[in-house]
Design a protein around this ligand. Structure first.
Ligand SMILES: *[C@@H]1O[C@H](CO)[C@@H](O)[C@H](O)[C@H]1NC(C)=O
Ligand SMILES: *[C@@H]1O[C@H](CO)[C@@H](O)[C@H](O)[C@H]1NC(C)=O
Ligand SMILES: *[C@@H]1O[C@H](CO)[C@@H](O)[C@H](O)[C@H]1NC(C)=O
Ligand SMILES: *[C@@H]1O[C@H](CO)[C@@H](O)[C@H](O)[C@H]1NC(C)=O
Ligand SMILES: *[C@@H]1O[C@H](CO)[C@@H](O)[C@H](O)[C@H]1NC(C)=O
Ligand SMILES: *[C@@H]1O[C@H](CO)[C@@H](O)[C@H](O)[C@H]1NC(C)=O
Ligand SMILES: *[C@@H]1O[C@H](CO)[C@@H](O)[C@H](O)[C@H]1NC(C)=O
Ligand SMILES: *[C@@H]1O[C@H](CO)[C@@H](O)[C@H](O)[C@H]1NC(C)=O
Length: 565
């Protein structure tokens, strides 16, 4: 207790100040909320404003001390936290700290969290406080467009013992711009569930279950405007995330439920993301003037439902029928939503060497042939949301837009990508992509725990580097992805190869050390890119166009500029 109270002096000033001007302020309207732990003991509500001020309301099921904050990787060391609570005599404490290492907690010299109120009842402690997204204190972590790693620790009394409390960490995207409740609903609508049917969840920590399901059959055009998770209740958090992919007309789909990325490759068919939902997320609704079309010849008729189960407690006998409820309406909106897949073409010429702390790969979309591929001139793409996707080695994804060789800005990025948090995220503002623009996707991978080369492919142990851009009005282009010329990379690494397959095989003969890893990264960045553009399923199925090699020096025109504010 004494260790803590020697530091608590600085807080007292704050307490009286709040008491003085509080008198229970009206609780602010905070648009976003989520439970931070599986047992629903920690409930966070939050919101941010134009002044870059983020307000938090944290309710924790304890009458003891409560710590909450931001962690670099989900662990306590390096975290930026606030600690607060209410003493038995009713006086309150609250202060900004940082965790130096496994055993040292220090109070910040600069107090950047402003307490609005701390209250306690028989069961819970509630702290309302705010801070700037960027505080300028090196002991605080910035709140950015990246996935945040939130950390909550609490105890049963008011003796703060940060290293002994009950601890939860959770990845969460905080910079949301549209609340699910602030959308217009149509007068006539129908619902339809895309769910697994009594799936026996295996006694395995991680399971990716996939099945193919028909979309509603409608005689005329309808719009899907909203998606909502339908989760079978269990006494543990079992469903981790759900993704829905649209299938092309031509695909011959398997039946039943199987591993998405297992022995049967057919269960990985259909790769066009329609929506993604992660644990703790709510429903997702498209912007008021656009929605997803069904019932016309250009629309998908089947989807692949992918559910990631995490049965960490290895509970047996669990039967699950979770999925997604779609809301659709005959009151069609002004625009159809389209999804453009960009990034690196998923093909083993994209490889990541082993033992890399950080290895960046690039995939280019050159949209100069969009009109030709589309059949008619392509209208500007109004991008309103995105979903980023890599597998387990992915640490970051950045999507940048270029016009006439000049970088316009970053479309979207997540430098702290978490594979377990794949979700659709709204843009702050609608971004316009004009046919002719280039879209460069950069992925950052870490392979320190791997001894062999990681090749691109559908299994979770393979890799991908993709960004799905949600836009309107829809055109016929479904994907535009690039991959580097592997022969050039093999040549730089002094390997013999006369075609792409030999080039890929040659990578196994490279002696991988930190120097050759850097050489490979640089070569892959400088190599010509082959761009592959595919259209949605018009016959002949999957039209494909190789734009040809382009002399594109990524280095010369790739430079970081801050995201548009
Ligand atoms: C309330 O209790 C705390 C901790 O025991 C003590 O530091 C503080 O001075 C007390 N406040 C009042 C107003 O008695
Ligand atoms: C205590 O506060 C929590 C959080 O605000 C609230 O959910 C709960 O209902 C309250 N309990 C009582 C007994 O008032
Ligand atoms: C909801 O959106 C409308 C515009 O569509 C806006 O005027 C209104 O302020 C929003 N309401 C809230 C609570 O955000
Ligand atoms: C969930 O329920 C099962 C059986 O009813 C029980 O064995 C298990 O301990 C419970 N798990 C939790 C986390 O409460
Ligand atoms: C998809 O198949 C349906 C019937 O099987 C057909 O009516 C439709 O024209 C096809 N769509 C495309 C884009 O080929
Ligand atoms: C898709 O392509 C067809 C020609 O193949 C064209 O008639 C149609 O207008 C295109 N659709 C869009 C939305 O551009
Ligand atoms: C590169 O250096 C790091 C840190 O020194 C090391 O862990 C890693 O194994 C090295 N990678 C290779 C491929 O040698
Ligand atoms: C994109 O393709 C067009 C036409 O093939 C070409 O003129 C342009 O240089 C390409 N852009 C880049 C960055 O290579």
């Amino acid at each position: 207790m004494s260790v803590f109270f020697s530091r608590i002096k600085g807080m007292l000033f704050l307490l009286f100040l709040t008491w003085f001007c509080s008198g229970q302020p009206a609780p602010p309207l905070l648009r976003f909320s989520v439970y931070l732990d599986p047992s629903n003991m920690v409930y966070l509500r939050w919101d941010h404003d134009e002044q870059e001020m983020m307000t938090f309301d944290l309710q924790v099921h304890t009458t003891g001390w409560v710590a909450f904050g931001f962690s670099p990787h989900g662990e306590l060391p390096g975290s930026d936290i606030v600690i607060g609570g209410v003493f038995p005599n009713g006086s309150i404490y609250f202060s900004d700290f940082h965790v130096v290492d496994e055993a040292t907690l220090e109070e910040d010299d600069s107090q950047d969290y402003k307490l609005l109120s701390v209250t306690e009842n028989e069961t819970s402690t509630t702290m309302l406080f705010k801070r700037h997204l960027r505080t300028c204190d090196s002991n605080d972590l910035d709140i950015t467009m990246d996935t945040a790693r939130l950390i909550t620790v609490f105890g049963t009394d008011d003796t703060v013992q940060i290293f002994k409390g009950q601890k939860f960490s959770k990845s969460l995207f905080l910079m949301r711009y549209r609340s699910p409740s602030n959308s217009t609903d149509p007068k006539i609508f129908f619902t339809y569930d895309l769910r697994l049917d009594n799936f026996a969840v295996p006694v395995e920590e991680t399971k990716y279950a996939c099945t193919f399901l028909p979309l509603p059959v409608v005689k005329q055009k309808h719009h899907i405007y909203k998606f909502e998770p339908v989760i079978t209740p269990h006494n543990i958090t079992l469903v981790h995330h759900i993704l829905i992919y649209a299938c092309g007309n031509a695909s011959v789909l398997p039946s039943g439920i199987d591993d998405c990325y297992g022995a049967n490759p057919d269960f990985a068919l259909c790769s066009q993301v329609v929506v993604g939902w992660a644990v703790g997320g709510e429903s997702y609704q498209f912007p008021d003037d656009a929605a997803y079309s069904i019932g016309t010849p250009w629309d998908p008729q089947y989807v692949r439902l992918e559910i990631h189960y995490s049965n960490f407690d290895l509970v047996s006998g669990l039967i699950d029928s979770s999925g997604v409820r779609i809301y659709y309406t005959p009151e069609v909106r002004k625009y159809d939503v389209g999804v453009l897949q960009t990034g690196i073409f998923t093909f083993p010429v994209h490889f990541i060497p082993p033992g890399a702390e950080s290895y960046r790969s690039y995939g280019l979309c050159n949209s100069s042939q969009f009109d030709e591929m589309n059949g008619t001139p392509v209208p500007d793409l109004h991008v309103f949301a995105y979903l980023l996707h890599t597998h387990l080695a992915g640490r970051g994804v950045k999507v940048t837009q270029y016009r006439n060789g000049k970088q316009l800005g970053i479309i979207c990025e997540d430098n702290k990508y978490d594979f377990t948090l794949q979700e659709i995220r709204d843009m702050k503002e609608i971004l316009v992509i004009k046919p002719g623009d280039e879209i460069l996707v950069e992925c950052n991978f870490q392979t320190l725990d791997r001894s062999g080369i990681t090749f691109a492919g559908p299994s979770t142990m393979n890799e991908m580097c993709l960004s799905f851009l949600f836009y309107y009005p829809r055109n016929n282009i479904s994907s535009c992805m690039g991959y580097p010329d592997i022969l050039y990379i093999a040549h730089v690494l002094k390997q013999e190869a006369s075609d792409a397959v030999e080039g890929m095989m040659a990578m196994d003969f490279v002696d991988w050390n930190n120097e050759t890893v850097k050489t490979a990264e640089k070569a892959a960045k400088e190599a010509d890119q082959i761009v592959v553009i595919k259209t949605i399923n018009v016959s002949p199925p999957s039209a494909q166009l190789v734009v040809g090699k382009m002399s594109l020096q990524v280095t010369t025109w790739y430079q970081s500029i801050p995201a548009p504010t």
